[in-house]
Ligand binder design. Structure first.
Ligand SMILES: [Zn+2]
Length: 231
């Protein structure tokens, strides 16, 4: 069963199961998702108390797992998904890092372009910068209706994450976005931004949260489907 709990101002979504075990057990999977099991009769308050106690450990472990990179290649001529379309990659030897995008093509210049690891690092640098450019512009478009509800314009941070598209820390005014959003149509990134902005008004995914989503983004369900289909 999917459950959630607010730990230190951030919502943790976890998979909960009842088992014939003695104590509450916690497992952080390789992709950063969290599984919790508890004895059949342990009250939910006790389970939640256990998670509260472990919150520092949980967020650290989740962060570590999520940033572990999945194996990837960066070869000349390879195609990468870009905002619902595709870009063909070209690597060129040069004195320092440079990037240029034309219709359907991305040219990355770097020293030692013959080394796969350097090509991958250059590609990831470009993805992060491009995601920042695209999503900062998207924030300007989706943020205005939130002003009158007292939602501060968040600082955007970018990371490659394995199990979530975005997360937020309302108290710090920070929204972290998955750089892999760059692979999907822009409207999907906008949907994630609106989702995170709604968390400034409602921390969990209760009915109240979806009321806010309906207000700010009436067609969010279609965008969510689109994003998860393209995954
Ligand atoms: Zn959420």
């Amino acid at each position: 069963m999917r459950k959630e709990i607010c730990l230190g101002g951030r919502v943790l979504v976890y998979e909960f199961t009842r088992k014939r075990v003695k104590n509450c057990n916690l497992r952080i999977r390789d992709d950063g998702s969290v599984a919790v099991s508890a004895p059949p009769r342990m009250p939910m308050e006790q389970v939640e108390g256990f998670l509260q106690q472990k919150q520092e450990f949980i967020w650290k472990a989740v962060g570590r797992m999520e940033t572990q990179r999945a194996p990837r290649a960066a070869a000349d001529g390879q195609e990468i998904p870009y905002l619902g379309a595709a870009l063909r990659l070209h690597f060129e030897q040069g004195r320092r890092y440079g990037a240029q995008r034309t219709e359907g093509e991305l040219y990355l210049t770097l020293p030692r372009a013959d080394e796969e690891e350097r090509r991958l690092a250059a590609l990831e640098r470009w993805e992060k910068e491009e995601c920042r450019r695209v999503m900062t512009a998207a924030l300007e478009r989706v943020y205005p209706p939130f002003v009158s509800y007292g939602v501060p314009k968040p600082t955007l941070r970018f990371r490659s994450m394995r199990s979530r598209w975005g997360s937020c820390m309302p108290r710090k005014g920070v929204v972290t976005l998955n750089t892999q959003l760059l692979a999907h149509p822009l409207e999907c990134g906008e949907y994630i931004l609106i989702h995170e902005l709604c968390h400034f008004l409602q921390a969990d995914h209760s009915a109240k949260f979806y009321e806010w989503m309906d207000r700010f983004h009436p067609d969010w369900r279609e965008r969510k489907q689109k994003l998860n289909r393209g995954k």
